[in-house]
Design a protein around this ligand. Sequence first.
Ligand SMILES: [Zn+2]
Length: 275
Amino acid sequence: MKKKSITLIIGITIILLSFLTYIFILGKLFPYSPIIIGFTKYESPNTIIYIQKGNTSANYNWVDSLIPSVEKFHELKFNSKPKIFFFRDKKTYSHRSLSKARFCAFTNGNIVVSPWAQKEAEEGKISMEIYLKHELSHSIILQNKGILAGLKYPKWLLEGIATYSVNQMGTSFYPGKEETYTLIKQGNFMPPYYFHTKKEAQIKLNVKYIPPFMYSEFACIVDYLIETRGRDKFLVYMKSLLKEDNHNKVFKEVYGIDFDEFILNFKKFVENNNG
Ligand SMILES: [Zn+2]
């Protein structure tokens, strides 16, 4: 009986270890894996770049120089060098990433870059520098928030900060500030707290590219906060949310106004804007 239970425990452990090995090294949790297979590693002072074997077009040694400006904007430091993975093919990317997006930043600060994003950058459709700095904004906030707690940072604010911090409005698919104001005046508005929830489907947006419009809208909210109440206060708000999860409480403490009321004020401001 005793021997039987030991055999059972060993059996379960082997299955569990095989599963974990698979899911981290070859599966969806690859960006969290301590062991990286199939990529060439290039370690620089601020980043670790991994290029998938066979990805011949990738030359990304310039990426390391983006870090100081990301740290400066957020007035934060990376806790560890972010790892950036440049994938070669769609199949591996879909197997080893939780994301179907062009780029994705994970809560440990690591970033994956799809093969089609690299192609679009080569063709001049997107700027690799702007997109990577956008992801590095997520990366520095998520690293400072914590690997599990990172999931609780307000998603609309992450996107608003990233889009604002790299002046992404008006580039590629992202409407510029005035264009975003016009689209809002036409009745398009995603309530920030609906973003990435089931409620998002309740809102109809009559815009050309929906996610870029939402990101520009959130960047306009960040811009409005900074323009009307200052950058220092904004940094206090952004950083308080690294320690505290209750967004509306933090907002009220920092700005002395309910978030819902502030959003109504922002919409009124946009309505009256004739720029
Ligand atoms: Zn983003």
